[in-house]
Ligand binder design. Structure first.
Ligand SMILES: Cc1cc2nc3c(=O)[nH]c(=O)nc-3n(C[C@H](O)[C@H](O)[C@H](O)COP(=O)(O)OP(=O)(O)OC[C@H]3O[C@@H](n4cnc5c(N)ncnc54)[C@H](O)[C@@H]3O)c2cc1C
Length: 430
């Protein structure tokens, strides 16, 4: 991931880790240098933890400009790593720093334990750190998910804001800190600006998401529906392989929460967006309640597949490997780039009834476009049989599918000699 976005990602990390907390640390250290020199490092640890949590809140707004620079998966990765880092640094602060004020201790400790609980919960339910790698964790999540649904998880995760508010109070009641007006002013400015941006994104910007109208929704296999949307305002400018967070706020019985789905059509006509959706859980199964004419809200577009393709040489073949429904984004890429690039598509499906895009891919087959579909996932032997040495060495691999499958295939391709920088995927579970 690093080599794909070296500068933007390094800059994001540097701002988050150092530049953002630095003004607060400098202000406090110069003010307290005489009164608490021996405790400054522990005090700074608290400032660093608070700053990282604030930065995390900003990242949770999924800003489009940052997605363009580093991509949403990298953004989520920075978000979650910062959160865990802040937990550790925050621990050093409250465990080793002695305070006499009961309320100061209570607010600080409560906030830290709250964040710890939320982090443990989120590692299982909201990240792929465990579930993408350990089957037992995935099974546990699946079992518990009947009650701990994604929407409930979002609300539990939002309790971090309450913890941050407690830390804000904690700082305001520390007598030896709140006497420095410049520090307090800067501290409050940080807090209010970040919360302001968060509320702006939730309450105002979200209202300005692109609005579309359902022009068709129908089944294309026993488990998959195709959703065609007419975009009312064509300010979206989506690219091949992008994804949007879709929500239906006016459909009775369907949750209002936004879910990510990839564009399946090439961006030839910016007024039509086609989505291919597997009906597997609470939200997707209830899409049967959606009718022609219903309004749909689209947040995005997100994703960097097209910008990576356009930034790299058109001599490198594109190897598009899709598992199941996730092939959708690759169809869009195939349709967009089949004239300009050599492309090989490998689609693995459960069975013949799930090959709803077979004819669309077949129609693209030429000397420069190769397409294979099969009923089971690729294995080690097939990786070597189906891909030429040149493809393994120079190809750009775009891999989409369930996290387990993607991680496994990336390992196989890497073992077969593919450079890790040429293995591109867009799992949002890091
Ligand atoms: C970048 C991206 C692109 C995707 N593109 C497609 C696509 O083109 N077609 C398709 O069928 N599916 C796609 N998905 C998966 C799709 O978002 C989930 O299947 C859907 O949100 C499941 O919702 P559910 O309530 O029906 O199922 P549930 O059983 O509630 O959830 C199944 C899994 O989806 C995840 N999930 C649930 N809700 C959300 C949410 N609001 N945001 C993020 N993750 C969530 C959870 O981790 C959960 O484990 C994509 C996912 C991502 C991250």
């Amino acid at each position: 991931m690093l080599k794909k976005y070296p500068i933007a990602l390094y800059v994001t990390w540097s701002v988050a880790l150092i530049l953002f907390p630095m003004p607060l640390i400098l202000l406090l250290n110069t003010s307290m240098a005489h009164s608490a020199i021996d405790q400054l490092i522990l005090i700074d640890a608290g400032i660093v933890a608070y700053s990282w949590w604030l930065f995390e809140v900003y990242l949770s707004t999924r800003s489009l400009w940052l997605d363009r620079l580093i991509g949403l998966p990298a953004l989520y990765f920075v978000h979650s790593t910062l959160g865990l880092g802040a937990l550790l640094v925050g621990f050093i602060h409250w465990y080793y720093l002695v305070s006499m004020g009961q309320l100061i201790v209570l607010t600080g400790r409560t906030a830290w334990f709250m964040v710890l609980g939320i982090a443990l919960y989120s590692v299982l339910f909201m990240s792929g750190w465990l579930v993408d790698r350990f089957k037992i964790a995935a099974q546990l999540k699946n079992t518990l998910q009947h009650f701990f649904k994604h929407q409930l998880s979002l609300w539990i995760h939002r309790l971090n804001l309450v913890a941050i508010f407690l830390i804000w109070i904690h700082v305001h009641i520390i007598g030896r800190v709140n006497i420095y007006p410049l520090f307090m002013f800067t501290f409050d400015t940080y807090s209010f600006v970040i919360f302001g941006l968060y509320l702006w994104q939730k309450l105002v910007e979200n209202k300005h998401v692109t609005v579309g109208e359902v022009i068709d929704i129908h089944s294309i296999s026993p488990t998959v529906v195709q959703l065609n949307i007419q975009l009312e305002r064509s300010k979206t400018n989506f690219q091949a392989g992008n994804f949007f967070f879709l929500s239906f706020k006016n459909v009775k019985g369907l949750s209002v929460e936004a879910h990510p789905f990839s564009i399946s059509n090439a961006p030839i006509d910016q007024h039509t967006a086609i989505f291919t959706i597997r009906q597997l859980g609470d939200f997707t199964k209830k899409l049967d309640l959606v009718n022609k004419g219903d309004k749909v809200f689209l947040e995005g577009p997100f994703g960097r597949f097209a910008s990576i393709i356009e930034a790299s040489s058109s001599d490198s073949p594109l190897i598009l490997i899709g598992m199941g429904t996730d092939i959708a984004s690759l169809l869009s890429i195939a349709q967009k780039y089949h004239h300009s690039h050599t492309i090989k598509v490998i689609w693995t499906t459960k069975n013949e009834s799930e090959r709803y895009y077979h004819q669309d891919f077949e129609a693209l087959v030429t000397g420069n476009f190769d397409y294979v579909v099969q009923n089971h996932r690729l294995n080690r032997a097939q990786v070597k049989e189906m891909l030429t040495v040149e493809e393994l060495q120079t190809g750009q691999f775009f891999i989409v599918g369930p996290a387990f499958g993607v991680i496994g295939l990336k390992k196989m391709l890497s073992a077969a000699g593919v450079n890790k920088n040429n293995l591109i995927d867009e799992r949002l579970t890091m």
